[in-house]
Design a protein around this ligand. Structure first.
Ligand SMILES: Nc1ncnc2c1ncn2[C@@H]1O[C@H](COP(=O)(O)OP(=O)(O)O)[C@@H](O)[C@H]1O
Ligand SMILES: [Mg+2]
Length: 237
């Protein structure tokens, strides 16, 4: 087998474009993620970041270009099985948590298995809630928990199927600084476990902790290069 860089990426988009009617949202987006990376996507509101995340998650088919995941073209190979593609590979944390108010923390986390036909061991569910620090809140309802706990519950739901890729839409958007740091350290822990993360964010804390950063501008993505090392001071000349 060829050992090109292309074979090593977890996912890759090439010249991806998406529009709503005549309204162009994404134009020629080239993007890739290596296994175990945390990649941030930044950019102004309305620039198309969530749209890209939905495409990567298998929710929205682009009109042109390709999206390859583990060497397979998602909107060709998996087209009639996008649900199973998502269940097997993707965890998605929506911007507004999307917790169901009439279900407890534990039930919200278990929710996808009710429809996904997945098996779920009680020990796995408990270990997941433990690792997210919400085991003691498992019986509480969304109206009774904090923003950070809501986010952890959303993460639990996203992680239930042990995804390789976690897509996060502004995970700390409505959280205070201390809670943001807690969520970031949870994300870094997931990264250590080998999960790849793509995080749409406005947070400079998350951006700085990411391996690479892309900026969405003018319907397209550009990778921001790491800041160059400081120039040598005049005194050294
Ligand atoms: N269903 C839709 N129909 C038409 N336009 C939409 C729809 N959903 C989103 N948009 C538009 O697509 C653009 C990009 O939206 P979005 O991806 O949510 O941006 P971001 O996440 O960067 O704020 C916005 O101008 C938004 O109004
Ligand atoms: Mg958005």
């Amino acid at each position: 087998m060829k050992s090109t860089i292309e074979n090593q990426v977890l996912l890759e988009t090439k010249e991806l474009s998406f529009h709503y009617g005549k309204k162009i949202i994404l134009d020629n987006v080239n993007f890739h993620v290596y296994p175990g990376e945390m990649v941030a996507i930044v950019g102004e509101s309305g620039s198309g970041k969530s749209t890209l995340l939905y495409i990567l998650g298998g929710f929205l088919k682009p009109q042109s270009g390709s999206y390859t995941f583990l060497g397979k073209k998602v909107y060709k190979t998996f087209l009639s099985h996008l649900g199973s593609f998502r269940r097997r590979h993707i965890g998605f944390l929506f911007q507004d948590f999307r917790l169901l108010p009439f279900l407890s923390v534990e039930q919200n986390i278990r929710f996808p298995v009710l429809f996904g036909g997945m098996e779920l061991k009680r020990e796995r569910l408990h270990a997941l809630m433990e690792s997210l620090g919400i085991f003691h809140r498992r019986k509480a309802f969304p109206s009774e928990i904090s923003g950070g706990e809501m986010q952890r519950t959303g993460l639990g739901r996203a992680l239930l199927s042990s995804p390789q890729l976690l897509l996060l839409d502004e995970p700390t958007g409505n959280l205070d600084e201390a809670t943001e740091k807690e969520i970031l350290s949870l994300l870094l822990k997931l990264k250590e476990q080998g999960i790849s993360l793509v995080c749409v964010t406005h947070s400079s804390t998350i951006r700085k902790a990411s391996d690479r950063v892309y900026r969405m501008k003018g319907h397209s993505l550009t990778e921001e290069l790491p800041k160059a090392p400081r120039k040598k001071g005049a005194q050294q000349l």
